[in-house]
Write a protein that binds this ligand. Structure first.
Ligand code: FO1
Length: 322
């Protein structure tokens, strides 16, 4: 993998203007760590919306909600998604009446989907709605959907093409993966403010989210801004693969089914050409010699809020050294 040849924007010792690219649970944890360190004006989190879908007529944005609930301290600590202190009366009643019960919408969480759907139908865009929700939840850092346009991740499997939530939640990631498609990505524009955030950023952090389905859709929209002529932004990724496995989710299984041995090195290769720095876990320390960008070996498991903050500080330190 080649480090980018362009001159880097100076990284001041005081300011660290960072854009984080995040999917669901793993991405939300590192975003929370960064938010514990950086002041609101220095952190923008751009979130995957390829997993969004409509269910019971409601517009659901799983990754956006996971990031926002995590930053607001409202996330369910057991699942990582959905709300803490949740109850399930509505979905259980609907399922009892014959409705689909496989996608568990909690009673508290439902309010988010109801109000988002109402506003979308009134003509407001997702970035505007997300900004208002963040304000209501007391989130001071900027959270942006990757786009206000409709992008849908399709998982191409041995059993045919499946919409992402159908594959992930309904089918428990069981069908064998052959590839991925992001319908609508060719014409999707960056959400309001995202282009500017990247233009002003000293570094972009690719959070430890699934490279195939959480990060790739974001990169399909933003990589021209990261690797284009004159782009001086550093790009650092944190591996979601630790010791050949993922903490949560199907990334390792996807690598295997696509004929690639899942490893931190495979993640670094996945982002080949974009990276200026890479962070991997201590258990994968031996891979460092094969990674062509400056790499930091550290503890990447985030079990506590303190782990998130510590990993975020490690990432910021690496950025400072690049
Ligand atoms: N994930 C599940 O595994 N099962 C669920 O029933 C489920 C419900 C759900 C409801 C709201 C929400 O925002 C997320 C939800 N998720 C659920 C998580 C989510 O679908 C996935 O983790 C992401 O799409 C992958 O990042």
């Amino acid at each position: 993998m080649k480090s980018k040849g362009t001159a880097h924007r100076p990284l001041s010792t005081v300011r660290r203007r960072i854009v984080a690219l995040a999917g669901g649970v793993g991405g939300a944890k590192l975003a929370h760590g960064l938010a514990q360190i950086l002041p609101p004006e220095d952190l923008t989190i751009i979130v995957n919306t390829g997993d969004d879908f409509e269910h019971y007529g409601l517009y659901i944005c799983p990754d956006l909600d996971t990031v926002c609930y995590t930053l607001a301290g409202l996330a369910n600590p057991e699942t990582g998604w959905g709300r803490v202190d949740e109850s399930w009366n509505v979905i259980e009643n609907a399922a009892r009446l014959g409705g689909p019960g496989w996608f568990r919408l909690g009673d508290r969480d439902l309010g988010t989907h109801l109000e988002r759907t109402r506003r979308l139908r009134e003509g407001h865009c997702l970035s505007e709605i997300t900004r208002d929700f963040c304000k209501a939840w007391g989130i001071e850092h900027t959270v942006l959907p990757m786009t206000d346009d409709c992008v849908r991740t399709i998982v191409e499997t041995g059993e045919g093409d499946l919409e992402f939530q159908e594959y992930f939640v309904h089918r428990h990631c069981e069908p064998r993966v052959k590839g991925f498609r992001f319908d609508g990505i060719e014409t999707a524009e960056p959400a309001i403010g995202a282009r500017e955030a990247i233009a002003e950023a000293e570094a972009v952090v690719i959070c430890p989210s699934n490279p195939w389905v959480s990060v790739d859709p974001i990169l399909r929209i933003f990589s021209p801004l990261l690797s284009g002529e004159g782009s001086g932004v550093r790009v650092v990724a944190v591996s979601p693969i630790i010791g050949g496995e993922t903490v949560k989710g199907p990334a390792a299984k996807m690598y295997r089914e696509l004929g690639i041995e899942p490893s931190a090195l495979a993640v670094a290769n996945h982002y080949s050409g974009l990276l200026t720095g890479f962070v991997l876990d201590r258990v994968d320390a031996l891979s460092v010699k094969d990674i062509e960008v400056k790499s930091l070996v550290t503890d990447t498991l985030m079990k506590s809020a303190e782990d998130r903050r510590r990993l975020a500080q490690d990432v910021l330190n690496l950025i400072g050294d690049l």
